[in-house]
Design a protein around this ligand. Structure first.
Ligand SMILES: Nc1nc2c(ncn2[C@@H]2O[C@H](COP(=O)(O)OP(=O)(O)O)[C@@H](O)[C@H]2O)c(=O)[nH]1
Ligand SMILES: [Mg+2]
Length: 272
């Protein structure tokens, strides 16, 4: 799949350039205004129609964040975050708990399995205190049932994890054992947009055992070119519901479709 970032003075000229590049069925996935040496410019990410359609499916909001399936048996809806250390999992968990783009008015709770890294629990505890969100630390599988009972009044539980340790060791096995017992309803592979796509693909493979259901791209603010994030979504081939573009909780958190796609009508009008 090939996408191109095309810049020009106005939409007409970038659309013409997109058609030269991809033929008459060129489509525009994303557009924004930018300035280059103080000159206002339109920047678009364009591709062939079939590629753009496939990406739209991956990035479309799809079903809204699911209604919690609360029952005595199932308990709160569990959304887990996995992925490399430093990708933004803990910050994103905090955003998910309080952002309107996530679960709206649903009552969220935190659970962390990040118990052996220095500062692992404190970071999320601090967010929990500020937001008034219940917080549970689980060191061991045997602690899980009681932690879940204490979170039973929540609609959704956000599960933070340590990320893969460089060596796959006993610590790694310990949290993965708890993770399997939780069996989250959704598992988002949290990935920094600044990481090269090949490296992300390997990191995703390393998390296979956690069965990721989505990709959540962070640090969009640190990439100059949105096409990079869009290509990462394409390579990882999992749906992308949410993205993050900064450190502010929860302001820098959005629906992926709002950040990465232009409206379909607009895209088609542009491509004509
Ligand atoms: N620029 C930027 N920084 C972020 C973003 N998300 C998280 N961070 C920062 O990245 C660093 C690591 O985040 P953290 O949540 O601790 O990552 P974790 O190890 O995956 O839990 C922190 O300094 C965060 O403030 C983002 O979207 N943009
Ligand atoms: Mg963390």
């Amino acid at each position: 799949m090939r996408l191109e970032t095309i810049r020009g003075r106005d939409m007409r000229s970038v659309a013409a350039a997109a058609r030269r590049e991809f033929g008459d069925d060129a489509m525009i996935l994303h557009s924004r205004t930018t300035t280059i040496e103080s000159v206002p410019m339109i920047e678009v990410v364009a591709g062939a129609a079939e590629d753009v359609d496939r990406l739209r499916e991956l990035i479309s909001p799809g079903a809204p964040p699911p209604a919690p399936r609360k029952s005595a048996r199932r308990g709160p809806y569990c959304v887990a975050l996995v992925g490399p250390t430093g990708a933004g999992k803990t910050t994103t968990a905090a955003k998910l708990a309080v952002s309107d783009a996530a679960f709206g008015r649903m009552r969220a709770g935190f659970m962390t399995l990040d118990t052996y890294r220095a500062g692992g629990t404190e970071q999320l505890q601090a967010y929990a205190d500020i937001a008034g969100v219940p917080f549970e630390v689980v060191h061991d599988r045997r602690e899980l049932p009681s932690a879940m009972r204490r979170l039973a009044s929540c609609d959704v539980v956000l599960v933070d994890t340590p990320g893969r340790s460089p060596r796959r060791d006993a610590m790694d096995d310990a949290w993965r054992d708890i993770f399997r017992a939780i069996a989250p309803d959704e598992t988002h592979f949290v990935a920094s947009s600044t990481t090269r796509t090949e490296v992300l693909a390997t990191a995703l493979q390393a998390e296979n055992a956690c069965k990721p259901t989505h990709v959540l791209l962070t640090k969009l603010d640190e990439v100059a070119d949105t096409a990079i994030a869009i290509e990462a979504a394409s390579t990882l081939s999992l749906p992308v519901r949410w993205v993050a573009d900064g450190q502010r909780v929860p302001a820098d958190f959005h629906m992926a479709s709002d950040m990465l796609l232009v409206g379909r009508g607009q895209a088609e009008a542009v491509a004509k």
